[in-house]
Design a protein around this ligand. Structure first.
Ligand SMILES: [Zn+2]
Length: 544
């Protein structure tokens, strides 16, 4: 990304204060294409910034006549947008991924084993974790078994988590530690057994006994990884993340990084519904610590489609008599919904399968009857029965979507769902038509963080290799403007932050990015990046 740096032509000028006329501000940006993303969709050329806020955005002559600043930026006609928000990402999982053996893109299980050996030679971990394998990229596409893995690591526990986080393979040493064998049964989980022996392949809740054993990485390593992730996001002009589910100790890590003034991203963190987190919500109510806002819980309704954990109304088209699983019992979902209502929190529920979506829509009806502007979200909303989709509009349920999932999953989604159901999957335009808004994210680290890939997936319905040529179920494409709103102002709305973030207007945070290339959408994927990213008027990233 950085090899185009010679093209950088932003000029930051420091003027002598003696020749300044007009109202004093901290920064004036001019000669820009400022896409305000306000209601009217105004495009202006200049803005004045003071104390981290936008004082005024308007025509260049007006702004430069009216305001004076020691610092000015000539944006050389470049596009400026409000900083992007990734409305569904997992910072801690991504940090874990960076610290684990990287299995993303492995072309076979043998390659997985080679990568593990290399990782262990370097790291000497007493418990090996690998992440990111995806058997759909392998020649035989079958889920792996643990024989070779157990031979290679007979004594060290090894846990290899699938790309979607909804399945894993454990070696025999780890199965023994977790007391899992062929006779074990776990509600909401699947333990694969072959010829009377557990193969080590575990899905959804069956992973829980393993997860309980995984030792955390040292806090220092985690903090370092989070800052690397922050840098990666800022390079793309991403200034905010809706962190889709954290534990109480992770909240502590965010707060430490904020106290050290090292975490600058706007983080809207959803709490996992643990006892500690519920106590936190009861004690604090809506919680703000500088750039961290907490006022929601995350519930995981079902699994993922790839590992056949998504809970469907009718059997999987490629597995007879299999429907997937509801990972949280209905009574628990209802209880957390009631708790959210009581403490004034938003509920955001992971729902992939049409059965899970239908269930949640019926549960969300209750909050709608007492609060029409509840903004409770369904994360993913991936497969929705045709006859349920109107309920999003009827009960004002906010869809939170990840367009790159559509173009990644298109390799096998139709196999799982069949020709009819697939028409109502990844139906982003239909969802947008329901409440007039969608929040857009990537679900990183399941997908990569690149927001320009998200634009390509949402607008062209293609992946980074421009496949499929005519777009995947193209009738569900969004316009560029809709996609950009989903990454800015609508994402802000989905986190109750629209008064502060999401558009470049008077009084709002001066949080924006200046992009190298014009933001367009063409039939071919074109990479882009931020030349400079600002949060509250402060430059937090620049290429020079
Ligand atoms: Zn997620």
């Amino acid at each position: 990304m950085k090899n185009n740096l010679v093209h950088v032509i932003l000029f930051l000028t420091t003027l002598l204060s003696s020749c300044i006329k007009g109202k004093s501000v901290d920064l004036v940006v001019y000669n820009a294409q400022i896409h305000t993303m306000d209601e009217a969709g105004y495009l202006f050329n200049a803005m004045a910034i003071k104390d981290g806020k936008i004082v005024e955005v308007g025509p260049e002559r007006q702004i430069r006549n009216k305001y004076a600043s020691d610092e000015e930026i000539d944006a050389q006609g470049k596009d400026i947008y409000p900083g992007f928000t990734d409305a569904h990402g997992h910072i801690f999982s991504y940090a874990d991924q960076l610290l684990s053996a990287n299995l993303v893109g492995s072309k076979s299980f043998d390659e997985v084993l080679v990568r593990l050996e290399k990782y262990q030679q370097k790291k000497h971990r007493s418990f090996i974790i690998g992440r990111g394998w995806d058997q759909s990229l392998w020649e035989d596409k079958a889920f792996p078994t643990n024989e070779k893995l157990s031979q290679l690591f007979p004594n060290t526990p090894v846990c290899l988590i699938r790309i979607d986080g909804h399945a894993l393979i454990a070696n025999d040493a780890l199965l023994k530690l977790a007391k899992i064998d062929a006779s074990t049964n776990i509600d909401g989980g699947i333990i694969h057994v072959n010829k009377g022996k557990c193969t080590g392949f575990l899905v959804d809740n069956a992973m829980n006994p393993i997860y309980e054993l995984i030792p955390p990485f040292p806090e220092k390593e985690i903090m370092k990884a989070i800052l690397e992730i922050q840098d990666e996001l800022l390079q793309y002009g991403i200034t905010g993340v809706h962190e889709a589910g954290i534990q109480y100790n992770q909240l502590g890590i965010f707060n430490k990084l904020i106290a050290q003034q090292r975490l600058v991203l706007n983080v809207y963190a959803m709490l996992m519904p643990t006892k500690e987190n519920k106590d936190f919500a009861l004690k604090n109510g809506i919680y703000t610590n500088k750039n961290l806002l907490i006022r929601s819980f995350k519930v995981i309704g079902d699994g993922a489609l790839g590992s056949r954990g998504a809970f469907l109304k009718k059997e999987y088209s490629d597995q007879h008599n299999h429907f997937g699983v509801l990972t949280t019992p209905v009574s628990d979902i209802k209880a957390i919904a009631a708790f959210c209502q009581k403490v004034g929190y938003q509920l955001n529920t992971h729902a992939i399968g049409d059965s899970t979506n239908a269930l949640l829509l019926s549960i969300y009806k209750n909050i709608f009857t007492v609060n029409k502007d509840h903004r409770w979200r369904i994360e993913h909303a991936q497969v929705v029965d045709k006859k349920d989709i109107d309920l999003f509009g009827k009960y004002a349920v906010f869809p939170s979507i990840q367009p790159t999932h559509a173009v990644s999953d298109q390799r096998w989604a139709e196999l799982r769902l069949g020709k009819e159901r697939i028409k109502h999957a990844y139906a982003y335009k239909s969802l947008l038509n329901q409440v007039g808004m969608v929040a857009i994210g990537t679900d990183f680290p399941i997908e990569i963080t690149d927001p320009f890939l998200t634009i390509h997936a949402a607008v062209q319905r293609k992946n980074s290799e421009d496949f499929p040529a005519n777009g995947f179920y193209i009738s569900e494409q969004l316009t560029l403007s809709e996609c950009l709103k989903g990454m800015t102002i609508w994402a802000a709305f989905a986190a109750f932050q629209e008064k502060q973030l999401g558009s470049l207007e008077k009084g709002k945070d001066a949080t924006f990015a200046i992009f190298e290339n014009k933001l367009t959408s063409t039939s071919e994927y074109k990479p882009n990046f931020s030349l400079a990213t600002f949060i509250k008027g402060k430059k937090v990233y620049s290429v020079d």
